[in-house]
Design a protein around this ligand. Structure first.
Ligand SMILES: [Zn+2]
Ligand SMILES: [Zn+2]
Length: 168
């Protein structure tokens, strides 16, 4: 299973180095080209884990293939191939890759010692099992809010019934 956190890390390892090591004039040309439409990132595809390939159309109608990997970036244009530089196509691709949304907490459910989750979530979802959790953990950000609500409501209902019973 891929951890969302790792995808954020690998995203940065792909786009930060080219933007950091390109020359200022190539960065400028990439930004200008994307702005005035003479450079177009036609497609972006996720290849193997941690590798992104982009097809970039130049002003002259030629298309170049850019590959970003954590080990480095390549493009099949002359600037990159013969001068071994970070060309404007690589920069254009790096600038066009959408930033992944930050990971959501997968909530920790609260479960009874028999394995039943308070919010009735599926068995495979992660949980703390009684008595490994306590009332203080109900407000933790990683605690399932539904489990907390069920616990709080159930608990107050228990006291309500107790009160009614006493009154009756
Ligand atoms: Zn290039
Ligand atoms: Zn829950």
């Amino acid at each position: 299973m891929t951890q969302p956190h790792n995808s954020l890390t690998s995203h940065a390892s792909l786009i930060v180095p080219p933007l950091r090591y390109c020359t200022p004039d190539r960065l400028q040309r990439a930004v200008d080209g994307l702005f005035d439409g003479t450079l177009t990132v036609v497609s972006l595809t996720h290849q193997a884990e941690g590798e992104i390939r982009g097809l970039v159309k130049n002003g002259d109608g030629c298309a170049y293939t850019v590959t970003l990997t954590p080990e480095g970036a390549t493009c099949n244009c002359g600037d990159c191939t013969y001068r071994n530089t970070v060309c404007k196509h690589i920069v254009a691709v790096a600038l066009s890759i959408p930033r992944p949304t930050p990971p959501q907490h997968s909530p920790m459910h609260l479960a009874w010692s028999n394995g039943e989750k308070l919010c009735k979530a599926a068995a495979h979802e992660p949980a703390w099992y009684w008595p490994k959790w306590n009332v203080g953990m109900l407000k933790w950000p990683e605690t399932c809010p539904l489990c907390s609500a069920v616990y709080t409501r159930g608990y107050s209902r228990f006291w309500e019934q107790l009160t009614y019973a006493t009154v009756a």
